[in-house]
Design a protein around this ligand. Sequence first.
Ligand SMILES: *[C@@H]1O[C@H](CO)[C@@H](O)[C@H](O)[C@H]1NC(C)=O
Ligand SMILES: *[C@@H]1O[C@H](CO)[C@@H](O)[C@H](O)[C@H]1NC(C)=O
Length: 339
Amino acid sequence: MATTSFPNLFLHLLLCLSSLAAASARVPAVIVFGDSTVDAGNNNQIKTVLKSNFLPYGRDFTGGLPTGRFCNGRLATDFISEAFGLPSLVPAYLDPAYTIQDFAKGVCFASAGTGLDNATSDVLSVIPLWKEVEYFKEYQKKLRRHVGKARARNIVREAVYVVSIGTNDFLENYFLLVTGRFKQFTVEEFEDFLIDRAADFLTAIYRLGARKISFTGLSAIGCLPLERTTNALQGGGCIEEYNKVARDFNVKLQALIARLCASLPGLKLRYSPVYDSLLRIIRSPSSYAPFSGLVRHGNVYDYNRSFTYIYISFINLESHSSGTDTVCSVLWISRCDGR
Ligand SMILES: *[C@@H]1O[C@H](CO)[C@@H](O)[C@H](O)[C@H]1NC(C)=O
Ligand SMILES: *[C@@H]1O[C@H](CO)[C@@H](O)[C@H](O)[C@H]1NC(C)=O
């Protein structure tokens, strides 16, 4: 594959988000909902075993300390914020180190381990998606007190919303056989159930004022290091059954997005496809290596026990951004759907 792939993908990400931003000259805030792919530290503040408050998480972060991001450095959402001229980090809503003054420029409600299905967040006692929406309401109240009604409304309407969720509904819930969903639904029915939950969520934040929303599709979830490790008997390959579910879900998600765009006036909802980019990198990691410093570990995954997960995409953006930050989620590289 072409060695220019990675920079092109990064460019796509910026172009896509810029298209979301195009309607207004300035994006006042980046507002994040979802799971571990975008959790900036909310789980550190709740009672759950699912935390990333230990090394090697955070080792490439300024200061080399874990922040609660499930990442060695900054998250894609942090880079997105910076690309809009906003702060270089999107702070976790529950982190007491930040105040509404910070959150007025960006806030993260995400919680690692959560999902579209209420039953998913129950598995590891993390923040359910409906609760993320409750926090969003509370945030708006604080924002109105802080900047006044009119400016608060403007921030909420002009902000770019990044949503990344769904993987745990399959990997932690349905296929782990822990919640009973596998008995209640066929996998196709469960996909439909999750799509309905996504519709509920998107409609809820739309009613609360959100307009520019990027919804990330599922990645090749059968190729995540943890899944490949559990597939060791089959040679550690990707679990095709899971990948197929991700592809099917993504088709349904895109149909939902088209439906919502048609029915909710003023909504700019974009699908952010990540399935192919992750797969390309997994299949051909060396294609990404020629960029000095881009691929840190020569390979994009590593079977180093529980830390394997965070090695998926240690793509170093040194040559594209300042310092030694690393983008965790190539999973995040996004492009416009043309809408
Ligand atoms: C999920 O839980 C919330 C809060 O209890 C509830 O309002 C909502 O209806 C639940 N969703 C579903 C699909 O059961
Ligand atoms: C796992 O990674 C850590 C940190 O990079 C390293 O020190 C350790 O030797 C690795 N373990 C294995 C079994 O590769």
